[in-house]
Write a protein that binds this ligand. Structure first.
Ligand SMILES: *[C@@H]1O[C@H](CO)[C@@H](O)[C@H](O)[C@H]1NC(C)=O
Length: 333
């Protein structure tokens, strides 16, 4: 006990406590000062944009990002009020300009990719899932991938997908007829439409019939879950730091779910490459329609270089992610 006391007493001595408090408060004052200067500087630079009322000085508009219906309602109100654009402050660190009017968005879309560098706030959290895909990459990496992907979105290729869309929507429609016949008088359509989209995408991208509209599919549930988790992560400032996030319950769930998704796309790509190799690089014509993965496996740049398995998996994962989020509900953007 005496030993413990003699060890602790200098630590707890007044001078020591005072200097600790001094260091702590100086640090706090410096951090607040830096944040304030930064905030003032950004406000000045962005003063040409209107700023909607915020919840608090520190958190700004952070709580106002919402998915699903409330998000759309809020977005609608913003567009009604601010017409072309406004700017948001997200927590102490981020400033976000939101553009609504096509005239304001057009110059951004027309600008060279080297100028419109993608921001980490939205894309960083997708990196573990989507890898270095065309959605996330910038500069030279982006432009090579963009060129190699172009054939996959040729109009003639897209046209052949109409039959798939048709059959997937027929499954959904039949399901609705069945539910109505069973006496259902109203129906929340969103999840049905979402499943139908993923069903179509799996058929178009991987020629994979998941039957996810009729019975639960592990892969499809995993995609929906990952989208939810990325959305949740964006709303929680502390989870923006990797070293915190991977220790949280959500971070661990994210990793587990990610394994399911990655295993699936890796299997598809590797099996397909083996089949193509067996056919000496000739795309299947008669047995099966050329799907997204086939096209990516066969595409070559000017030097005859194709995409690696990892690169193709990244694009395939992105394709599925886009199918789930382009419906807009997940991120409320
Ligand atoms: C879609 O499927 C229905 C039958 O379910 C068929 O009558 C129709 O012609 C199809 N449309 C297209 C564009 O394939």
């Amino acid at each position: 006990m005496a030993l413990l006391h003699s060890v602790l007493s200098p630590v707890l001595s007044w001078t020591c406590l005072c200097s600790l408090m001094y260091i702590f408060s100086t640090g706090l004052v410096a951090a607040v000062a830096v944040l304030t200067v930064r905030r003032v500087w950004y406000s000045h630079r962005l003063s040409c944009f209107s700023k909607p009322p915020a919840n608090s000085w520190l958190l700004g508009h952070l709580g106002q990002i919402q998915g699903r219906e409330e998000g759309f309602q809020l977005l609608d109100d913003l567009v009604q009020t601010y017409k072309h654009s406004c700017y948001w402050v997200l927590g102490p660190f981020y400033h976000l300009v939101r553009l609504f009017h096509p005239d304001y968005i057009k110059p951004l879309f027309m600008a060279p990719a080297s100028m419109t560098v993608k921001n980490g706030l939205i894309y960083n959290h997708l990196q573990p899932w989507l890898g270095r895909s065309v959605l996330i990459s910038n500069g030279e990496v982006w432009s090579r991938k963009r060129r190699l992907l172009t054939p996959a979105f040729h109009f003639d290729i897209l046209k052949s997908y109409v039959t798939i869309f048709n059959s997937s929507s027929k499954i959904m429609h039949d399901k609705w007829c069945r539910l109505v016949a069973e006496g259902k008088t109203n129906l929340e359509m969103f999840d049905h439409v979402s499943l139908m989209t993923l069903d179509s995408l799996l058929k178009c991208a991987f020629s994979y019939d998941s039957n996810c509209q009729e019975s639960p599919s592990e892969y499809v549930s995993a995609i929906v879950q990952l989208c939810d988790l990325v959305g949740q992560r964006q709303h929680n400032m502390l989870h923006h730091w990797d070293w915190i996030y991977w220790k949280t319950q959500q971070g661990k769930l994210f990793k587990q779910t990610l394994n399911v998704v990655h295993r699936f796309s890796r299997d598809v790509v590797q099996k397909r490459r083996a089949i193509l190799k067996a056919q000496c690089g000739v795309a299947p014509t008669s047995q099966r329609r050329k799907d997204f993965v086939d096209i990516l496996l066969l595409t070559r740049d000017e030097d005859g270089q194709g995409l690696t398995d990892e690169e193709i998996q990244a694009e395939a994962n992105t394709f599925m992610f886009a199918g789930e989020t382009l419906q807009g509900r997940r991120f409320g953007v």
